[in-house]
Design a protein. Structure first.
Lengths: 255, 274
């Protein structure tokens, strides 16, 4: 613990045709095993930052170091999870769970065992032979979660993975994510526009503002682990933190 | 906290059997209705022909058509070898044309520059009514199997080419992003993501291609061939045997329908995940 696995130094990014840069002078260090949530209004550049870390966008200014190397697509240290499930419709739940691990060359025996275990943990064991069309939204995102965790990558980059789900399903999946994360202590960078989600999950919440995209506040979340998302909904500490982050989001007040 | 929430119930897809259906929409009733419609149209047609309200020389009659079918397929069996040649040419045209079309389409997907280069030529060829090539093919390849197969290929090829290209271009962007983050590009990404994504579109191309292969072959036979169902058709028409013409049309409709039905079965087997 303590050593940064992700280092972002003075990163700026502009999209052609836009006068205001998407990101200006972003600095960020994420420690091994840390869960960082980045929150901000839509268009604040949070996904751009994530995509720069994932190597999906070329760096324009500044440096990004991922596990000691430069960010490139297919970096073995990174597992990326999208807002939509991106399940391959021609594969069964199990095959989808194994897909990522398979294409990065994980041994068949190992990935089969891991996928089986993960499907059980996300509650899809009895649906392992179903095709995505037969699954609900929540179940599909669970399968995507299993696929992401089946990769042995120490870093998870998650781009609003639960953004499209209803409130109930979202809480369930947040719990599932925390349980999986707790088991394996990976580093997570989690993009969201949902305040309570960010606070409930993360060790540290970074608040971004838009035009140009920059960090306006960083709030440490001292809530004890392991956490139960459901129990947190009734906790005073949680709601105090909510107010802190909310005011940071509104006015840029640093906590 | 170790408790994992259970799956949120089974997917909300109700079984099809649970659909409330009026008895009129049940398959057996549906088929009965269709048969009744055919019988009614046939009955009216036969009555009109019997009473000479329509000229049987031009319009034939259902009984006459059945007679022609009976004689052509069962008694004299003159139509059977002709049908055989047409089916062989159609299958050849379909097989070769589809294989070439899909292969070219995949080539264009892997090397987009080649696709862009070839596009105007393909478009020009596609705009050309391919049946108009039949006289040329007959000149080159004679009146046998090859010339009509060539016409069928020329139709089938372009259909499969365009559906393959459309399929490989219509890949879900999320799947492409997933592939990129996993670092699979080039051939690996092609086989894992692009090709499977394109299969449904390629399949609708195949279904259309089969029908067009038959169309191309029969058209070429009408223009000139030594054998085939199209030859029989033009001979019947030439001697004002209208019942014979209708008999051939019935056969063609049945063959085309069977082919489409077969393709649907193969498709539902292969694309059961849809």
């Amino acid at each position: 613990m303590g050593t940064p696995i992700i280092v972002v130094r003075d990163v700026s990014h502009a999209f052609p045709g836009h006068a205001v840069p998407a990101l200006t002078h972003i600095d960020l260090e994420v420690r091994h095993g840390e869960f960082v949530a980045i929150i901000g209004p839509s268009g604040c550049g949070k996904t751009t930052l994530l995509n720069l870390m994932a190597g999906l966008l070329p760096l324009q200014g500044g440096t990004v170091t991922i596990d000691g190397g430069s960010p490139v697509c297919g970096h073995r240290s990174i597992a990326y999870m999208l807002a939509r499930d991106a399940l391959l419709p021609w594969l069964t739940t199990r095959q989808n769970a194994e897909f990522g691990a398979k294409v990065v060359g994980q041994r068949a025996v190992e990935r089969r065992e891991r996928a089986g275990l993960l499907l059980e943990k996300v509650g899809l064991a009895s649906f392992e032979n179903a095709y995505p069309k037969a699954l609900s939204h929540g179940m599909r995102q669970r399968a995507a979660l299993a696929r992401t965790f089946c990769l042995r990558s120490p870093i998870l980059l998650m781009d609003e993975p639960f953004g499209a789900l209803d409130a109930q399903t979202k809480l369930q999946l947040e719990d599932t994510l925390l349980a999986l994360w707790q088991d394996e202590q990976r580093t997570v960078v989690f993009i969201t526009h949902d305040l309570s989600e960010a606070i409930a999950l993360a060790d540290r919440v970074i608040v971004m503002t838009s035009r140009p995209g920059r960090f306006s506040a960083v709030v440490e979340i001292p809530l004890a682990r392991p956490r139960s998302i459901r129990a947190l909904q009734k906790s005073h500490e949680f709601h105090d933190l909510y107010l802190t982050v909310w005011s940071a989001l509104e006015g840029g007040v640093t906590a | 906290m170790t408790g994992i929430a259970p799956a949120e119930g089974a997917a909300s897809v109700p079984p099809l059997a649970g659909r409330p259906a009026s008895t009129l929409l049940e398959p057996s009733m549906m088929w009965l209705g269709r048969l009744l419609l055919i019988a009614a149209v046939g009955g009216v047609w036969q009555t009109l022909a019997n009473r000479h309200l329509i000229n049987p020389l031009f319009f034939g009659s259902p009984v006459g058509i059945l007679g022609s079918l009976w004689s052509g397929l069962v008694v004299k069996r003159a139509l059977l070898p002709a049908l055989g040649w047409t089916v062989i040419a159609t299958l050849l045209a379909f097989g070769l044309g589809s294989a070439a079309g899909v292969a070219c389409g995949l080539l264009f997907a892997i090397y987009p520059a080649v696709g862009r280069f070839a596009e105007p030529f393909i478009m020009a060829f596609n705009a050309l009514p391919r049946v108009a090539l039949a006289p040329l093919f007959i000149l080159w390849f004679g009146l046998g199997l090859v010339s009509k197969t060539a016409v069928g290929i020329s139709l089938c090829f372009v259909i499969l080419l365009s559906s393959t290209v459309a399929g490989t271009r219509g890949v879900d962007p999320d799947l492409q992003t997933l592939g990129r983050t996993l670092g699979i590009g080039g051939i690996q990404g092609f086989f894992h993501i692009t090709l499977p994504s394109a299969i449904p579109t390629i399949f609708s191309g195949l279904r259309l291609g089969l029908v067009y292969a038959l169309l191309g072959v029969v058209s070429a036979e009408l223009i000139g061939s030594v054998n085939g169902i199209g030859v029989e058709l033009s001979q019947f028409a030439g001697v004002f045997d209208t019942n014979g013409v209708f008999a051939v049309l019935v056969i063609l409709a049945v063959v085309g329908g069977l082919a489409t039905w077969l393709m649907n079965i193969i498709e539902s087997r292969l694309l059961h995940w849809r």
